[in-house]
Design a protein. Structure first.
Length: 248
């Protein structure tokens, strides 16, 4: 039912959670399961708890890292507690489901879940464009990973997004996360060459990168930005050479 929506589990420890996740997905019409460095897979306990969803489990794609699992996705939502120190847009479950459904009509999207005990690390959230948190009892808000998957898959199943025309989708299709990260790397090199980062903290660059993720430029706009950064890079290299010549 949702061929372009992938569920990604990062370094899942308990094999039973893999089977329970496959079952939760299949009941809501999702079949694309990606596993990033699972501790034990395949495993008899995972197969047992899949309970009729063995096909989802058996066709799961195993990846070495999260970057590999999401590089061709335009929208990547990380499931985590609400982290206010991150500048990523935070969705509630319904908002996340509507965004995933809508953007999956134009390309690949992903919903990412972290480890049972420690969730997603900051360097993994850096591969996400948004985050989603599930509110609950403030005195006990700990969800089993398969329960969290079930809640969000249920919201995806029931979401009713606006359906844009194919023509609009073609014009506004968003670039992949890999393309966005390529732009971010290019921007960092250009800013370094221009001297902008001299004395600036790493946080300043991360805030700039987060700004562009929030802005969500389409492919055409990203091309314009890359051209602008290329011009900035040339100017920066020229300035750097002049400074060297002046100090000779």
């Amino acid at each position: 039912m949702f061929p372009n929506i992938r569920i990604i589990l990062v370094e899942t420890y308990h094999p039973g959670n893999l089977g329970s996740t496959a079952r939760a997905m299949k009941t809501m019409g999702l079949t694309q399961l990606y596993l990033v460095n699972p501790v034990s897979f395949p495993h008899p306990e995972a197969t047992q708890l899949a309970a009729g969803a063995e096909d989802v489990l058996n066709q799961a794609r195993v990846c070495d890292n999260l970057q590999q699992a999401v590089k061709d996705c335009s929208l990547v939502i990380g499931a985590s507690a609400r982290l206010r120190h991150l500048a990523l847009t935070n969705f509630n479950p319904r908002q996340a489901a509507e965004a995933l459904q809508a953007e999956s009509q134009a390309g690949e999207v992903a919903l990412v879940f972290g480890r049972e005990r420690s969730g997603l690390h900051n360097d993994e959230l850096a591969f996400c464009t948004h985050q989603v948190s599930i509110d609950g009892n403030p005195d006990y808000s700990i969800l089993n990973i398969a329960q969290a998957v079930q809640i969000l898959c249920y919201e995806i199943f029931n979401a009713k997004p606006t359906t844009p025309s194919k023509k609009v989708l073609a014009a506004e299709q968003l670039p992949s996360l890999e393309a966005i990260q390529g732009f971010e790397d290019h921007l960092a090199k250009a800013l370094a060459a221009s001297g902008f980062l001299n004395g600036a903290s790493d946080r300043a660059l991360k805030e700039l990168q987060t700004f562009f993720r929030r802005a969500r430029p389409n492919q055409h706009e990203l091309g314009i930005l890359r051209s602008l950064v290329s011009r900035l890079e040339k100017q920066g290299n020229f300035y750097y050479q002049q400074q060297k010549d002046n100090h000779k």
